[in-house]
Design a protein around this ligand. Structure first.
Ligand code: SF4
Length: 352
């Protein structure tokens, strides 16, 4: 892997850079817990500007002794979002603190299905300290992890893994770091319903280690604004090249508009530590693979794409339901996908 492709990640690994969450912990944020949420956002957005300028100047040693930090402020805002949940664009507005559940089926309790050193991720990432959360904000009919993604929906939440708070999640992360993980990889299901727990865990994590967001990327702008200054690495899925396929196969709306908006947000913020995962679907080259690769080449040039050929029919897909995707992707389809990436000069070989 060329170092210039994932600069911040490689610098952390080389001991030359600091994971962003450490910097957020050192940046003072004076706020009153009685303030309105709008007031907290105003303070947050002011500090975000300061954070960006200090980051550009490489100032990772802030004030050592502070009462409340930028990270504390993010924790407080994330807890408030739980009362009218809008972590993802399903925008359920349910009060998860009161036990209400939205599309993902999760209450405020985060559940970890498993956490281990994962050697099956992209080569630059392994061993990856992967934490699988139960539950998901999508409803993919072909889900290959439905035993954990349907927790809270088809499987009782209580049977869906170990309940954790921020402190307990930090223990998982610290142990993985000590075992030699190159990064802490938040995945699922999807990590989005657990943003409050993940941010809180950073108060208790101890290692200078990359924080990696491995998600369907259906986050709201508010959720992404909370995450942008604390995540070092982005590993988003980009499944569908239009919203109709998103609606049909993942049961969510405006897929294309939301995913392209979020990818632009991270890219324009300045991150070059992004690897997009595109799962090629059978018969979906023209409607999905091509528009996705063309959009990446034009709008976020230089971004690495993992073009994945491991789709197989699963979960609700069979000869009667969704029969048009009831087969594996064939060799010709993969060759066509790789050829287009080649033509568009998309870096893919290093991860695909
Ligand atoms: S995380 Fe998304 S799906 Fe779950 S309750 Fe919140 S807005 Fe709804």
């Amino acid at each position: 892997m060329k170092k210039s492709l994932l600069p911040h990640y490689n610098s952390i690994l080389g001991g030359k850079d600091t994971a962003y969450y450490h910097m957020c912990r050192k940046l003072p944020a004076n706020f009153d817990s009685m303030a309105t949420t709008d007031e907290l956002w105003d303070i947050h957005n002011d500090i975000a500007k300061k954070f960006r300028s200090s980051k550009q100047h490489g100032l990772d040693d802030g004030i050592q002794s502070i009462e409340t930090s930028y990270l504390d402020l993010k924790i407080e805002i994330s807890r408030r979002i739980l009362e009218e949940c809008e972590f993802c664009e399903n925008n359920c507005k349910v009060n998860r603190k009161m036990g209400e559940r939205g599309f993902c089926g999760m209450s405020e309790v985060s559940r970890v299905s498993s956490a281990f050193l994962h050697y099956g991720e992209e080569p630059p990432l392994v061993p990856s300290g992967t934490i699988f959360f139960s539950g998901c904000s999508f409803g993919c009919v072909f889900c290959q992890n439905y035993d954990i993604s349907t927790v809270g929906k088809e499987i009782s939440a209580k049977e869906g893994g170990t309940a954790v708070d921020g402190k307990q999640l930090a223990v998982f992360a610290n142990v993985l770091a000590h075992q030699g993980a190159k990064n802490i990889n938040y995945v699922g299901g999807d990590p989005t319903p657990n943003i409050h727990t993940i941010i809180e865990s950073m108060k208790y994590q101890t290692q200078n280690i990359t924080q990696l967001w491995n998600s369907n990327f259906y986050n709201t702008n508010k959720a992404l604004t909370l995450l942008i200054d604390i995540m070092d690495f982005w590993l988003p899925d980009f499944k569908f090249g239009n919203s109709d396929c998103g609606e049909k196969y993942s049961k969510i709306s405006d897929y294309w508009g939301i995913i392209t908006r979020n990818l632009k947000f991270v890219y324009d913020w300045g991150s070059r530590d992004i690897v997009i995962r595109h799962l090629v679907m059978p018969g979906h080259l023209d409607c999905c693979t091509k528009p996705i690769l063309e959009w990446v080449a034009n709008e976020i040039p230089g971004t690495v794409v993992n073009i994945m050929g491991q789709y197989h029919p699963d979960y609700k897909v069979d000869s009667k339901m969704y029969s048009e995707i009831n087969r594996r992707v064939n060799r010709l389809e993969m060759i066509e996908a790789f050829s287009l990436a080649e033509k568009l000069k998309i870096p893919y070989k290093i991860v695909s």
